[in-house]
Design a protein around this ligand. Structure first.
Ligand code: GAP
Length: 454
C-alpha cells in the first residue's frame, strides 16, 4: 500500500458509500458529529466487541461481565469527582461565534479563516477560558423543575465501582479479579470531530481489575502488554501502534499512572485506549459517600484492604476507525483502480459472498444452494445484481475475504471458484468441500500479503 493511500476523507467516503457509518439525523442536516452504523458497520462493530469479550472472559477465568445502568444515582458523580472536575477549558470567539477547547487551539481552525488557528487573525476576539462540565444532564420525573437532576454516564467504569460489593458477593472471586462491561457513554464534547474519533455518544469497553495494593504496579504492566497485543491480534500493524505514558500534568484526577495505546491515524498518533492505575481512589470515594464498606477481607490471611484498580478503557468507535484505516488499501489491477479493506477475517462483516456469474441457466439456483449451506456456519451474503466486476468491487470495499462464484462449469461438475480478496488468487473447489475449505481458511493464522510486504 502506498504510505499515503489512506486519508480520513477516503474512510468517511467509503463508510458512507457502502453504508457502514453515516451521519445521524441527516434528513435534518445532521447533528453535532453524531453517526449511525448501517448493516456492515454494525457487523464490524459487533465483531470488535466480540473480540474484546473473548479476550476478557473467553480466554481468562479471572474476569466477570456486568451491564450496569446508564443513569445512576446523582451522588455517584459527586463521589467520582466528575461533577467538580470533569471539565474542559472553553473559549468563545466573539467574532465568528464558534467555541473552542482552549487546550486544542493549535489543532483547530479559525471560524473565519480555516487556514489559521483560532486567535491567529487580527479579527479573532477570544474570551478568557472557562471550565465547562462535559456531563449531559437530564431530569427524572414529569416536571422538569420539580424533578431530580441526573446525568448520562460519561464513563461506564463508575457502574462497576457501585456494584463492586454485589459482584464480589456472587462472583466467587477474590483479588486479583476483574469486572468488564461494554456500553454507551456520553460527553458533551466542546469540539467533537474527526469522524467517529470524538463524538458525543460513544461505546466504551472497560474493565476494572481489582488487585491487592502491593500488586498494582505489576498488574498495570501486565495489562499494558495484554492490551497492546490485542490490537495486533486484530490485524493492526504493530508499527502503527505504540504505548505512550502520560506526563504528570495530563493525568486524570483519579490516576496515579496512565499509558495510552496510540494508533497512527491519518490525523497522526492519537489515543485508542487508556490503561490507568486508579489506585483505591474510586472505592474509597464511594465508600465515604455511600457509607458502605467497599473492601476485601481475605479469610486466609485475616487481612482487610481496599483493592487497587487497574483499568484498561477502550473505545469501540476508535477501534473500528483504527481497524478501517489500517485495512484500507488501493491498488491498480489490470489498469483499473481497486479499493479494498484488508480486514482480518475475524472482523470482516461478511466472511463470504456467493455470486452467480449470470442470472440465468440455473446458476442462481445452485448459488442459492451454496449460500444456504454456508450461511449457517459463516456470515455469508448472496448477491446476483449487477456485473460480476461491480459485485467483486463491492465485496472488496467492505472487506469480504472470500467470494464464491458459480459459473457454467459449476453446473457440469459442481465446482465453484473461490476468489481471495487480498491476493486475488482464484481456485476451483468442490461445492461439497466448500464449508470445510472456507472454515479452515478463516480460522488459520491470517496474513495480509500486501501489508506484510509493506
Ligand atoms: N474510564 C476511563 C475513561 O473513560 P477515557 O480515556 O476518558 O478514560 C476511554 O476514555 C476511551 O474511551 C478512550 O481511549 C477512547 O477510546 C474512548 N473515548 C473517550 N471519549 C470519547 C469520545 N468523545 N468519542 C469517542 N470515543 C471516546
Amino acid at each position: 500500500m502506498a504510505a499515503d493511500a489512506v486519508t480520513m476523507d477516503k474512510i468517511v467516503a467509503l463508510c458512507k458509500r457502502r453504508g457502514l457509518i453515516f451521519p445521524a439525523s441527516e434528513i435534518y442536516g445532521g447533528i453535532a458529529n453524531t453517526y449511525d452504523y448501517g448493516h456492515y458497520g454494525v457487523l464490524l462493530k459487533r465483531n470488535v466487541i466480540d473480540a474484546w469479550w473473548q479476550a476478557m472472559i473467553g480466554d481468562r477465568t479471572d474476569i466477570v461481565a456486568l451491564d450496569s445502568a446508564i443513569i445512576q444515582h446523582p451522588r455517584t458523580w459527586e463521589a467520582s469527582g466528575h461533577l467538580a472536575g470533569f471539565t474542559d477549558p472553553l473559549i468563545d470567539c466573539k467574532t465568528c461565534g464558534q467555541r473552542f477547547r482552549a487546550d486544542h487551539l493549535g489543532e483547530l481552525q479559525c471560524g473565519r479563516k480555516p487556514s489559521k488557528h483560532p486567535g491567529e487573525t487580527p479579527e479573532c476576539d477570544l474570551t478568557e477560558a472557562r471550565e465547562f462540565n462535559l456531563m449531559f444532564e437530564t431530569t427524572i420525573g414529569p416536571v422538569k423543575e420539580a424533578g431530580a437532576t441526573v446525568y448520562l454516564r460519561p464513563e461506564t467504569a463508575q457502574g462497576i465501582f457501585l456494584d463492586f460489593k454485589t459482584v464480589l458477593g456472587f462472583a466467587r472471586k477474590k483479588p486479583p479479579f476483574g469486572i468488564a462491561q461494554v456500553g454507551k457513554s456520553f460527553r458533551n464534547e466542546i469540539t467533537p470531530g474527526n469522524f467517529v474519533f470524538r463524538t458525543l455518544e460513544f461505546e466504551q469497553m472497560e474493565m476494572e481489575f481489582f488487585v491487592p495494593p502491593d500488586e498494582a504496579q505489576q498488574w498495570h504492566e501486565h495489562w499494558l502488554a495484554e492490551r497492546l497485543d490485542w490490537y495486533v491480534r486484530l490485524g493492526i500493524r504493530p508499527d502503527h501502534l505504540k504505548l505512550r505514558p502520560h506526563d504528570a500534568d495530563e493525568l486524570s484526577h483519579y490516576s496515579s499512572a496512565t499509558s495510552d495505546v496510540e494508533y497512527l491515524y491519518p490525523i497522526g498518533w492519537s489515543e485508542l485506549e487508556g490503561i490507568a492505575n486508579r489506585g483505591d481512589f474510586d472505592l474509597t470515594q464511594h465508600a465515604q459517600h455511600s457509607g458502605e464498606k467497599l473492601e476485601y477481607f481475605d479469610t486466609a490471611s485475616g487481612q482487610r484492604y481496599v483493592p487497587h484498580v487497574i483499568e484498561p478503557a477502550a473505545g469501540v468507535g476508535r477501534t473500528v476507525l483504527a481497524v478501517l484505516c489500517d485495512a484500507y488499501d488501493e491498488e491498480e489491477v489490470a489498469g483499473e483502480q481497486r479499493t479494498l479493506l484488508r480486514l482480518h477475517p475475524r472482523l470482516a462483516p461478511i466472511k463470504v459472498a456467493v455470486l452467480p456469474l449470470v442470472r440465468k441457466d440455473g446458476q442462481p439456483e445452485l448459488a442459492q444452494e451454496v449460500f444456504q449451506a454456508l450461511r449457517g456456519q459463516l456470515q455469508a451474503e448472496y448477491d446476483e445484481g449487477g456485473s460480476i466486476g461491480k459485485r467483486y468491487r463491492r465485496q472488496d470495499e467492505i472487506g469480504t475475504p472470500f467470494c464464491v462464484t458459480i459459473d457454467h462449469q459449476s453446473l457440469e461438475d459442481r465446482t465453484v471458484t473461490v476468489r481471495e480478496r487480498d491476493s486475488l488468487a482464484q481456485e476451483r473447489v468442490a461445492v461439497d468441500e466448500l464449508p470445510a475449505v472456507l472454515g479452515g481458511r478463516l480460522v488459520a493464522p491470517w496474513q495480509t500479503p500486501k501489508l506484510a510486504e509493506a
